[in-house]
Design a binder for this molecule. Structure first.
Ligand code: GDP
Length: 190
């Protein structure tokens, strides 16, 4: 991972919102082709995005938006990163979204390994969301919800099933990520 992008991202994004309650970085990981870009693109069209209206395409792999949730506005920076999963925890982020595709068992194994590395290295104080994408591909499904939930429970992650193509559960993913971040920062809110 390159650190150059991070410096410029922070500079570019700062100041997009004056009433902001938080600026959070979300790292998105997963094998090529699982739908990371498609998911992030759909997230940008969510009803929760807007408010101060600051969608920014920082680069091909980085997008920054204001999100209004529970009466509070936050800025979220999504970074779709290529990585070696062994070094994933060195990438600073407030939340990690680990995506696999339900029609690709290898992508699930990869996601499971990534979650394992993350939890072992970061401990419990960081939000991790395991995302099963492409659930519209019902007949091609190779990974069951039960298998994925087992991993999520074992490593204390949230689990959500999405279809970027159908825009199914994409809002829920956005809400889940932001609520997890806020909860970990202030456990008194639930
Ligand atoms: P990335 O490499 O992980 O960023 O994956 P992309 O977002 O580029 O998606 C790879 C391919 O999967 C593209 O052809 C997408 O149209 C397709 N795709 C992404 N999400 C879904 C989904 O939910 N369902 C289906 N059927 N295809 C998807």
């Amino acid at each position: 991972p390159s650190d150059n992008s991070e410096t410029s991202v922070t500079t570019t994004c700062s100041g997009t919102s004056s009433q902001n309650t938080g600026y959070y970085r979300i790292a998105v990981f997963g094998r090529s082709g699982v739908g990371k870009q498609s998911l992030v693109n759909q997230l940008m069209t969510s009803d929760y995005v807007g408010g101060l209206g600051s969608l920014q395409d920082l680069s091909n792999n980085e997008k920054c938006v204001s999100v209004l949730l529970d009466g509070e506005e936050s800025t979220l920076e999504f970074r779709d990163l290529l990585h070696e999963k062994e070094s994933i925890s060195q990438i600073p982020a407030d939340a990690y979204v680990i995506v696999f595709s339900v029609d690709d068992k290898r992508s699930f194994c990869d996601a499971r390994d990534t979650v394992t590395y993350l939890r072992n290295d970061l401990g419990s104080d960081r939000a991790i969301v395991l995302v099963a994408n492409k659930i519209d591909l019902v007949r091609k499904r190779q990974v069951t919800a039960a298998d994925a939930k087992t991993v999520a429970v074992a490593y204390n992650c949230k689990y959500i099933e999405t279809s970027a193509t159908l825009n199914h559960q994409v809002d829920e993913l956005l809400v889940c990520v932001l609520r997890q971040i806020r909860l970990l920062l202030d456990p008194s809110i639930c």
